[in-house]
Design a binder for this molecule. Structure first.
Ligand SMILES: *Cc1c(COP(=O)(O)O)cnc(C)c1O
Length: 493
């Protein structure tokens, strides 16, 4: 029983944690012994990217049989780079491109793997029920999850996205999704409304409220099966720096991570707990700077306006995975974590103890990129380095610059690039002074003429694909909607 809820002593195996997604008490599953269990991280760095994935995932999820096979089924032929996540030198820094998968965002790395883990866990646990994945998305998770789960036997998937909160390209990717076991629905509201609706559905639809023969799970980063695959690319980046002679073995490397739900950056912390010489993890936020304020003050306060920015996948005020960090930084004090989460939901605010904050600050720094700096950064990096980045990556680029100026360490810096610039063509074109006429698909072509890099496979021809999903609901109706879909003998069953 390796995995424990962050809110109680409730424990389950790794296979059960992945099938459940979230603990019955509302907590998130975590391995409290990760830092104490020995891992041959140096040996791991000598392996191929898929070899690293196998070694790391076997360590994080030791209950799974045949991890090597699951890894090759997840990644073979799906990414357009042999390195999986190539490391590109841009000026004095390094950009880790995480967007070479089927949907052109970093979530592909985890969501190519998750369906393999879910189906393997289902077999190992002897579960006959259909596993229905409920997902709230700020734009990228939804498509990556649909791409991963469509037509996977024994599973169904329901995706909820904020009606006016995703880019036209993101929306087109989702509403054209094929597959007999998929359903996509727009919600009138923002991402937090979608996420809290999905959490309510998990709480409401248990026991008799669930139709026989199915159970729910999550593809959001509250599922540990989402986080584990993301640990891998921190090792891939470090190994690439070693191979190119940019660092010596054991040198610390700082990682700057564009952050929303705190999943990506937490995976970097797991890599550090496993021994990888990670220096500072810089949490880069957009104008929704709730995490910047938390890291600076120790007070998490969601009572503020939700701002819609040009980096929509990071427009989040309730950053779910922070809960796992609170658990680790408090030395596994699940009562304290449960209390903070109760305050967050009832009062919208909590204060984390100073001593535990000091522990967090030893590993993490925060930086925020205001809206006007985002596009300015894309323009500057393009003019100065000839490198075109998307709006989310730009938030991290700006954060990296500010962090290095305020705390010069002489260490190498890796900036995580979470999406292809072609996914946000309007904002990127505007940033480099391009012609904005036409729709986002015309803009994508124009961007291609300027940047001369290939448009990702999954984004080509998007406009011509038929729209298959047109449902729109109010956030308050989300639980009923899920129930109707589950009772429906059709698609998602
Ligand atoms: C989801 C997402 C993020 C934020 O990642 P978290 O794990 O939620 O912190 C950043 N950039 C892009 C493009 C994303 O899709």
């Amino acid at each position: 029983m390796l995995y424990q809820s962050t809110r109680s002593d409730h424990r389950v195996s790794d296979t059960a944690a992945i099938l459940e997604g979230i603990a019955p008490d509302g907590g998130l599953y975590i391995d409290p012994t990760l830092a104490a269990r020995p891992f041959d991280w140096q040996g791991c760095l000598a392996l191929s990217p898929l070899g690293m994935a196998e070694a790391i995932l076997s360590h994080l999820l030791p209950g799974f049989a045949g991890m090597g096979e699951l890894v090759s089924r997840a990644y073979d032929g799906k990414f357009d780079s042999e390195e999986l996540t190539p490391l590109v030198k841009v000026g004095n820094d390094f950009v880790l491109e995480l967007f070479h998968g089927p949907t052109a965002a970093f979530k592909d790395v985890a969501l190519s793997m998750l369906p393999q883990l879910v189906t393997a866990a289902r077999t190992q646990e002897g579960v006959r029920d259909k596993i229905v994945i409920l997902t709230a998305t700020s734009g990228d998770t939804g498509k990556a999850a649909l791409e991963g789960f469509h037509d996977v036997a024994g599973t169904g998937i329901l995706v909820f996205y904020p009606d006016a909160g995703v880019s036209p390209v993101q929306k087109a990717q989702m509403v054209t999704q094929v597959g007999a076991n998929v359903k996509v629905c727009a919600v009138r509201g923002n991402f937090d409304d979608c996420q809290s609706g999905v959490k309510r559905a998990f709480a409401a639809l248990t026991g008799d409220a669930l139709p026989a023969g199915c159970r729910l799970s999550s593809a959001n980063s509250i599922n540990i099966g989402r986080l584990a695959p993301q640990v891998v690319y921190y090792f891939i980046a470090y190994a690439a720096l070693l191979r190119r002679g940019e660092i010596a073995p054991g040198d610390k490397v700082d990682y700057v991570v564009p952050t929303g739900n705190f999943g990506d950056i937490l995976a970097g912390y797991f890599a550090k707990l496993m021994g990888l010489p990670v220096g500072t993890l810089v949490c880069a936020s957009n104008a929704n700077r709730v995490l910047t304020d938390f890291l600076e003050t120790g007070v998490y306060d969601k009572r503020r306006d939700f701002l819609k920015t040009v980096s929509p996948s990071m427009d989040i005020l309730v950053s779910s995975n922070l809960e796992r960090l609170l658990f680790l930084a408090s030395g596994g004090d699940s009562a304290l974590v449960a209390d903070c989460m109760r305050k967050l939901s009832s009062e919208g605010v909590y204060r984390f103890p100073d001593e535990a904050m000091a522990r967090i600050r030893a590993d993490f720094a925060a930086a925020c990129c205001e809206e006007e700096d985002c596009l300015a950064t894309i323009g500057r990096v393009w003019r100065e380095q000839g490198y075109l980045c998307d709006t989310h990556t730009a938030v991290a680029m700006k954060a990296a610059r500010d962090f290095k100026a305020s705390r010069p360490s002489g260490r190498k810096t890796v900036v995580l690039s979470t999406a292809s610039p072609y996914k946000f063509p309007a904002a990127v074109l505007k940033a480099i002074g391009g012609d904005l006429s036409g729709d986002e698909f015309a803009q994508m072509e124009r961007l291609h003429e300027i940047a001369k890099t290939p448009i990702p496979r999954g984004l080509r021809g998007l406009k011509e694909r038929p729209v298959l999903h047109t449902d729109v609901i109010d956030a308050k109706d989300l639980v009923n909607y899920v129930q109707r879909q589950l009772n429906d003998k059709g698609e998602t069953r």
